[in-house]
Design a protein around this ligand. Structure first.
Ligand SMILES: *Cc1c(COP(=O)(O)O)cnc(C)c1O
Length: 279
């Protein structure tokens, strides 16, 4: 994998994804995204089977999620634990549907996640690990987890600083209900593909450095990176999970600032620029 590709971001097309309203819409959108995944894999000689597509259903109503399920989706990603929990509660008739929580967790919401989620991709503190472990023990459940890393240096993004990750990984074996699978990141929101790519390269490099030294039982094979606007670049740099919402479900009305406190959907907000590392 190298930086010789000129794959561009698609953040500017976000507002244009039409709402999927039929099962056929979902089938088509899934096929289109899958084809883009396959094409990105071909560019870097990767087997498309090594990339999992996680459809992200946040803000979308129950009816849309049911259509996505009918079109074949068996795991859905949700950013907010409470929204995810509500949706899980009303869709328990879909017994083969699993849930991945991909957004920041406060310790007081750990009990919700412990109850229904199969996967949690935003582990970024010891306190959250402790809270989840305790609640999972109570529930008699376990959870696949990804450690979230802040690769963009933006203060608005959650996640551990890259240099904090090695120490953090060392303590995770003491949480027996957490099955560590890999690392997760959100890249810079920018139409400058090269800067976005640097975030993905940073996550992969970190994973490669840590993998050999990882404590027993800590898996670091997975790299969850890439969303509707940048997943092809992420795949070129080694993503094994891409989290794709709008390209499957349609554009969201809710601004992304609702999910990333001071973030912005298309370009870095000017106020953030000063906090970014100089390039
Ligand atoms: C919403 C979200 C995504 C998907 O973003 P899209 O632009 O809808 O593809 C990916 N990751 C996280 C953490 C999210 O909250």
């Amino acid at each position: 994998m190298s930086t010789s590709f000129d794959t561009r971001t698609r953040h500017d097309s976000h507002g244009r994804y039409p709402e999927a309203v039929t099962v056929e819409d979902f089938r088509q959108n899934l096929a289109t995204v899958r084809a883009r995944i396959d094409a990105a894999c071909r560019r870097v000689d990767r087997d498309p089977e090594t990339v999992r597509l996680l459809p992200v259903s946040k803000t979308k109503p129950e009816a849309s999620l049911r259509l996505a399920h009918a079109a074949g989706c068996r795991m859905l990603g949700e950013n907010k634990p409470q929204e995810a929990y509500r949706k899980w509660e009303v869709m328990q008739d879909l017994t083969d549907l699993q849930w991945s929580v991909i957004g920041h967790l406060q310790t007081n919401k750990a009990k919700l996640v412990a109850r229904f989620a199969t996967e949690f991709q935003a582990l970024d503190s010891l306190r959250v690990a402790e809270a989840l472990e305790r609640r999972l023990q109570t529930e008699g459940r376990s959870l696949d987890v990804f450690v979230q890393v802040n690769t963009s240096g933006e203060a608005s993004k959650y996640g551990l600083a890259p240099e904090e990750v090695p120490t953090f990984i060392q303590v995770l074996p003491s949480f027996s209900a957490l099955r560590v699978r890999g690392l997760m990141t959100l890249a810079l929101f920018s139409s400058e593909a090269e800067r976005v790519r640097q975030c993905f390269i940073l996550l992969r490099t970190l994973r490669d450095q840590l993998r050999d030294r990882a404590p027993a039982g800590i898996g670091l094979d997975e790299l969850s990176m890439g969303m509707s606007g940048d997943f092809e670049i992420a795949i070129e740099e080694g993503a094994t999970v891409v989290r794709v919402g709008q390209a499957i479900f349609g554009a969201r009305d809710t601004p992304d600032s609702h999910y990333w406190p001071t973030g912005s959907t298309t370009e870095e907000a000017p106020s953030l620029k000063s906090k970014e590392p100089q390039t």
